[in-house]
Unconditional design. Structure first.
Length: 352
């Protein structure tokens, strides 16, 4: 009896922590599409895992709850693919685009059809459709595997060491594959295997990633730079390399640009770039990048008066319109709309 209770606690723990991690990734700043997709994936997996755990220990569970778990499976495959796609787009410094709306739209359309034909009234059909749902999931995993193979060169840091973020990327994909295999093989194993597979794969991978980031983060900026003081010539060289990346290569247009990525492209270490930005320019990495983005936004607002604000925000490297509005007002001292109106008035005055 105690062993059964511990098994239930252990399997349910993965679902509960997965949901909490989903909230973390949804609220993480700066917000990016990859984090939102990972948060949604963790939420869908958490719902599916919770359903598996409760159904295993309480077979008389409400039929509607069973339908909720199967519906969540329609989201896990697409969200795995969309997370990997958004992450890779960030590595390649290109906008993730809006194609994710079509993928999720298809999943929600299928879920809506399921609502119109509920499990309670069409139990035999739902039992057969579970195989089709697994095939749907598998198709997205195959598309994800293709993306990962095509971008395999971007997984590595200098010195041919795999980046920590790339380990998370591959772990998420492996976790999704493991879950599908566990649920597809239920007739030969046990239904609870799917819930336990999540606890041992995706949840553990994300937790290790977050804990590793905390360990590597320096608590004291002065301690960070104590043994890495740059000479005046070195500082100027770093500034020139950063200027080349930002002004000529326009690295700031990558909505998922990180300090590590910018440093690698500039041929510097992460500590050197951070030190120069803080000591020489008196700016954080986020402020430094956002100033370039707002300068680009001003140019776009002036040159493209027909563009809406969402298009301007995406064009200039922002993941969301709300972030664009708040950052523009903070940097420029006015809203994008007021800047555009002011620029239009100035242009008319000159032409007159």
């Amino acid at each position: 009896m105690i062993a059964r209770q511990l098994l239930f606690l252990f399997s349910a723990l993965g679902a509960i922590n997965g949901i909490f991690l989903a909230v973390y990734f949804f609220s993480r700043r700066p917000r990016c599409l990859a984090d939102c997709m990972l948060g949604a994936l963790l939420l869908a997996v958490g719902v599916r895992t919770a359903k598996s755990a409760f159904l295993y220990f309480n077979p008389a569970i409400a039929i509607e709850f069973r339908q909720l778990g199967l519906s969540a499976c329609l989201l896990i495959g697409p969200l795995t693919y969309l997370y990997v796609r958004a992450f890779i787009a960030g590595l390649a410094q290109r906008p993730a685009g809006q194609a994710w709306r079509w993928h999720l739209g298809l999943s929600f359309l299928l879920i809506g059809i399921g609502v119109a034909f509920p499990y309670s009234a069409y139990r035999a059909v739902w039992n057969q459709s579970s195989h089709a749902i697994h095939v749907f999931w598998l198709c997205y995993l195959l598309a994800t595997a293709r993306l990962l193979w095509q971008s395999r060169r971007a997984w590595w840091n200098e010195g041919q060491r795999m980046a920590t973020s790339s380990v998370l990327l591959l772990s998420v994909f492996a976790g999704s594959c493991l879950m599908l295999a566990a649920y597809a093989s239920t007739p030969f194993t046990s239904y609870i295997v799917g819930a336990l597979s999540f606890t041992f794969s995706l949840h553990v991978a994300v937790m290790v990633f977050l804990l590793r980031k905390e360990i590597l983060a320096p608590a004291d900026p002065q301690q960070k730079y104590r043994n890495s003081r740059l000479t005046h010539e070195d500082t100027l060289a770093v500034l020139a390399a950063l200027e080349q990346q930002m002004s000529e290569q326009k690295s700031y247009l990558n909505p998922n640009l990180t300090l590590a990525q910018l440093a690698k492209r500039a041929g510097c270490t992460q500590a050197q770039v951070s030190q120069v930005l803080n000591d020489k320019l008196g700016k954080s990495f986020t402020t430094y990048v956002n100033e370039y983005r707002i300068a680009e936004a001003k140019q776009v607002l002036t040159d493209e008066p027909q563009w809406n604000m969402d298009s301007v925000a995406e064009r200039c490297g922002f993941n969301s319109s709300s972030t664009f509005y708040s950052t523009f007002k903070k940097v420029a001292g006015q809203t994008p709309a007021s800047f555009r109106a002011q620029s239009s008035q100035a242009a008319r005055a000159i032409s007159a």
